[in-house]
Design a protein around this ligand. Structure first.
Ligand code: FE2
Length: 243
């Protein structure tokens, strides 16, 4: 797997903050440095729900290099989530997703998670959906089957082969049922999305709910070329030494 420099991660989060920050829903700790986290915990803040439910910044290249990040990658912020393995019974999850123009979250599906993706701001999202077809260890899009999906909360028939857009003057919301594959690409000037879903099982859980069709890793190796500016949702234990 490609190694990504910490300075690159921090710069991408800084850029995403400009878009996500406008949503006015980020908690104050979204901008904290590791030192500010340690200080808050020393003063009595209990970060256990944030840590165990994987809240906060989520950065990934899905295994590709920094050079390829404009094509494949994601900066997201998880606002709410549960963790059935650690006695956090919330059955729901809410995230903000920031995709640069032309940047994709690769084909994947979820075993259990049902997710509503809604457009908040920026260019229209290019969405492709298909059922997965297994080819040895990997999956491909089965483009022979039409899907019935809920768009803007009303069912409609949908042909999965071509492009599909979510945003202004298009359906603003699409519901992805468990098992439906999806590939999402940011539109003109970048796209800010909301995601409301069943619980997200990725951080600190025994069994992952995601299947990335090309075997992409969900989290990445980071090289410490500078001290971290932001703390990612999968590194609280390592950076804060509090878990
Ligand atoms: Fe998804």
């Amino acid at each position: 797997m490609e190694k990504i420099k910490r300075s690159f991660v921090d710069e991408q989060i800084r850029l995403a903050l400009e878009a996500l920050g406008r949503s006015q829903v980020l908690p104050k700790w979204a901008r904290w440095t590791p030192k500010m986290w340690q200080e808050a915990v020393r003063r009595g803040m209990d970060p256990s729900e944030i840590i165990n439910c994987g809240l906060g910044w989520d950065f990934t290249t899905f295994g590709v290099s920094e050079r390829m990040f404009p094509k494949t990658g994601l900066v997201a912020f998880t606002l709410s989530n549960g963790n059935p393995d650690k006695e956090y019974p919330q059955e729901y999850c809410q995230k903000l997703l920031w995709l640069q123009e032309g940047q994709s979250i690769p084909w994947h599906h979820h075993k259990d998670k049902r997710e509503d993706i809604y457009h908040i701001a920026g260019g229209r999202l290019r969405m492709q959906v298909a059922r997965p077809k297994r080819i040895r260890e990997k999956f491909e899009a089965d483009k022979t089957e039409n899907l019935i999906l809920s768009l803007e909360n009303a069912p409609r028939e949908f042909v999965p082969c071509g492009e599909f857009w979510v945003g202004k003057e298009c359906p603003r919301r699409i519901r992805l049922e468990p098992g439906i594959g999806h590939l999402m690409t940011g539109g003109c000037g970048g796209t800010l999305l909301g995601e409301v879903s069943s619980v997200n099982k990725e951080v600190g859980v025994r069994v992952q709910d995601n299947t990335f069709w090309a075997g992409n890793p969900r989290y990445i190796n980071i090289v410490a070329d500078v001290p971290p500016r932001y703390v990612l949702c999968n590194e609280y234990a390592e950076l804060l030494k509090v878990a």
